[in-house]
Design a protein around this ligand. Sequence first.
Ligand SMILES: Nc1ncnc2c1ncn2[C@@H]1O[C@H](COP(=O)(O)OP(=O)(O)O)[C@@H](O)[C@H]1O
Ligand SMILES: O=C(CO)[C@@H](O)[C@@H](O)COP(=O)(O)O
Length: 561
Amino acid sequence: MMHVDGPGDRYVVGVDYGTLSGRALVVRVGDGAELGTAVHEYRHGVIGSVLPGSAAPLPPDWALQDPEDYRDVLRHAVPAAVAAAGIDPARVIGIATDFTACTVLPTLADGTPLCQVPELRDRPHAWVKLWKHHAGQPQADRINALAHERGEAWIGRYGGKISAEWQFAKGLQLLDEDPEVYRRAERFVEAADWIVWQLCGVETRNICTAGYKGIRQDGRYPSRDFLSALDPDFADFVGKLDGPLLPMGARAGGLTARAAAWTGLPEGIAVAVGNVDAHVTAAAGRALPPGHLVAIMGTSTCHVVNGANLVEVPGMCGVVEGGISPGHWGYEAGQSGVGDIFGWFVSHAAPAGMDSHERLCELAAAQPIGGHGLVALDWWNGNRSLLVNHDLSGLVVGLTLATRPADVYRALLESTAYGTRMIIEAFVAAGVPIRELVVTGGLASNRLLMQIYADVTDRPLSLIASAQGPALGSAIHAAVAAGAYPDVYAASAAMGRVDRDVYRPDPDRARAYDALYAEYRSLHDHFGRGGNEVMSRLRAIRNAAVEQAATRATTPLEVVA
Ligand SMILES: Nc1ncnc2c1ncn2[C@@H]1O[C@H](COP(=O)(O)OP(=O)(O)O)[C@@H](O)[C@H]1O
Ligand SMILES: O=C(CO)[C@@H](O)[C@@H](O)COP(=O)(O)O
């Protein structure tokens, strides 16, 4: 049924840029009603094996994207969402976007991505590095070692370790491996800020990515002295990052005529400062007051929670003043692989006839807790929190000839819940209270998984009452940027939607999980904290083997042989 505009209705558009697609959502300003949505899949998806138009293989752990796919979301998903909502586009007063992060690209001073500069198109380092590009682990290791050696105060704000996923590791990898592209990069910009630049024609930086994904604390980045100790040519890196820095919910500028033509929205409407898919979502779940841990559960999981005070939490991703909303200390942690692990099992391990989440869940749900005799480590995509090591890999212990596919699938679901419990316990132990979990994302619809999380964490689970939690969060920020609300707290209270305590922990099941969690912890510490470095050794062996095979493949005679 077509929506009919009320006489005073005004609307905002939220756009959520995920790993594989961008989702646009049209929302009514007064009450947060969601009126229309559309998805645009990125044409190039995740570029992990070869660059478009090239046959040369990318090394392991690379994950790139094409920025033109992001502009296509504005061209296709936004007008489609407005059409689906059946509203008059002239009544749209603002647009806001959120992005995966750290997803970052080198550009010229005017924002042109280096991968669109003809002579640089075949250079992998000229492309967007997606959040899950993990090939900068050696550079992250160097940054961390030097930070501890020099006693840099900021390292504690990142749980003691900068991730290979973050800006400085990616920037240093760029310098190490392609100094010419590093030199040509006049700007090194989060996709979250780049897309806002495309919308309003003004380059801005947001407090959230500058703090969590860059290393900006107490108003400054790491010193020139620190950066030149990493590499003298890295001393100028901050010059590529710095820009007008704006708080969450601020207006970055007005929609340009060019972006108005792409989107079909009125020229000049408010464009909100960039934001991250996880952090923006706290507003959608009315979870801005301290104590509500928001888990955005999709391919990966990101956890964000506001705190009243500053504390340092070992192994967390970071704490940033105003990083989620002005006036609070925002904390972030994460798991680099969650839905992707379940997806891997369905695609690559489950036999035909059992290769769907629905069938595996049905079989797994019938089991008593612990009945499969398995414990898994959820490190298929490395470990972001608490170990901050992307050379770690997955493990399943307890396999026997009696083990069946649904047993392993259930053990994988449980392993990710144990990973979340590790994160919650780290926050609580450090003095950041966690009263409830507020869940959103593609995995929130998996009932078995949600009940496992409630039981393993022994906490109630609330669900954001939107199929597009991040996009709703963005829409809320668009309303603030457009001046419809005085701040993000007021907008979240009016437009956010949450169903409280949808899943409650069962005391018996919670106790049964305590025993399995104790086993997870001991495996976690053994393989992740130095008991046995087998995973790192296997990674090094794999990398050497792949490199050797790639060298051989370029020798025609050997290929023929
Ligand atoms: N019913 C399900 N149960 C468990 N995992 C699922 C289910 N459906 C999809 N997945 C996994 O969830 C992920 C997609 O989550 P989604 O939130 O849609 O994406 P994104 O993280 O890109 O925003 C994929 O990794 C997929 O394998
Ligand atoms: O790390 C963050 C945010 O800090 C996420 O953008 C990243 O995990 C990607 O999230 P998705 O799995 O695409 O939802």
